[in-house]
Design a protein around this ligand. Sequence first.
Ligand SMILES: NC(=O)C1=CN([C@@H]2O[C@H](COP(=O)(O)OP(=O)(O)OC[C@H]3O[C@@H](n4cnc5c(N)ncnc54)[C@H](O)[C@@H]3O)[C@@H](O)[C@H]2O)C=CC1
Ligand SMILES: O=C(O)CCC(=O)C(=O)O
Length: 487
Amino acid sequence: MAVQTETTNKFSNYINGDWVVSDTNEVITRTNPANTEDVVGQVQKSSKEDLDKAVAAAKAAKKGWKNLSGAERGQYLYKAADILESRLEEVAECMTREMGKTLPEAKGETARGVAILRYYAGEGMRKVGDVIPSSDSEALMFTTRAPLGVVGVITPWNFPVAIPIWKTAPALVYGNTVVLKPATEAAVTCAKVFECFEEAGLPNGVVNMVTGPGSVIGQGIAEHPDINGITFTGSNTVGKNIGQTALKRGAKYQLEMGGKNPVIVAADADLDLAVEATISGGLRSTGQKCTATSRVIVQSDVYDEFREKLVAKVKEIQVGDGLQDGVWMGPSASESQLNTVLSYIEKGKEEGKLLVGGERLTGAEYDKGYFVAPTVFDEIATDATIAQEEIFGPVLALMKVDDLEEAIELANDVEYGLSASIFTTNIQKMLSFINDMDAGLVRINAESAGVELQAPFGGMKQSSSHSREQGEAAKEFFTSIKTVFVK
Ligand SMILES: NC(=O)C1=CN([C@@H]2O[C@H](COP(=O)(O)OP(=O)(O)OC[C@H]3O[C@@H](n4cnc5c(N)ncnc54)[C@H](O)[C@@H]3O)[C@@H](O)[C@H]2O)C=CC1
Ligand SMILES: O=C(O)CCC(=O)C(=O)O
């Protein structure tokens, strides 16, 4: 295993089975968003030439990897899962230090990474096609699946282990080779995941990781003629640009982007449950999930009571360094993310009434980090900026409605359609919500976040490229169907 990480905390690119420094000889220093004096590590500030080497390695490894059986490919994923599991504490702690989510959340996410690896390892032994009756009685017709070839994976910083794995594991098990570019804000943690792939003994070139600026390495992946498919999670602006670039050169692409997810609280809801789920869905991970709740649409009959309960609970939230016991919410992941959140909070103060929070936290515990108070706004109209744009921070906007019809209308009144939840005990309301809500993930009496690895995940409207990832749905992106006719 690479000793580089333990001794120097300097992480190289992983190319063709080797840890190699960039031709640029430049590194990016990663610091802890809870305490910027804590250096987490350094990663390579790579160039297009580094990317070219990784793509060449992935291309050369393509044939040998594809020719293994699915079960053989799956064995490597089982090994990687066992190795990651044995390093769970260390990887989780690194994640907390690198992007701020609390240690229990980081451990949960790392365990989820292990489970995803095992799920896709098993996928290597499942069916890949169907027999379809031919109109010719002497012929056999069936479908099988072919890998795309080299897949470019571009990942964000909010799930540093789970997202790289939920894209890489299916890519590999269905026979593709991979070049991954992690978000710089999560690159040290991602390098540790790649150490697990290395130790699992994947053949050289099958998985590669190149760190560096999105405008160079990410854009380079989108443009590269030898990359056959691109899977991306991140912002809408970058995602759409990747989609257009890929389309121009005929590459397959898959984009998972923003959300502006509502929770509806009906008059008959269990209010304590709804409060708990609104807080968990909206504020865990400091609101930095594409599935985070950000609009809270409450029926007028229970509006005051719900608001009172919500504000009381939000005031109890303990914010701090996610490594410390008892801390429930960590910092924003980066200075730029903090500034974005603070600017939306200022906007919210113009657009509605601030109920709680609304500021950057200061004081000995907070001054070296990017801490913002969990924030709730009241009296927010549906056309307000903070009701329309993705904030990616711990900010909730309350909106009052008279009935369910109006609630669903408001819930749908955004350009996104990723996830949505409702709290109600009335079956008819549940069914209306399921039918009428334009979202890829609809959840009843459960928070808007929380994706299960074995189920399809993706959004409607502007939230995705209308594809789905995870579960069996991943097969649709990472393979092409081949129809075979034999006579
Ligand atoms: N859907 C989600 O889960 C995520 C949504 N976001 C949203 O995006 C906002 C900004 O966050 P960022 O980190 O700046 O997201 P981003 O979209 O810039 O970054 C996501 C990934 O794309 C890469 N990238 C950046 N520029 C690129 C380019 N020109 N070509 C190809 N790849 C490129 C980044 O290096 C990173 O690996 C957040 O405030 C949030 O609203 C961010 C991260 C995840
Ligand atoms: O809610 C989750 O567990 C997943 C969220 C997600 O995919 C994201 O924020 O990018």
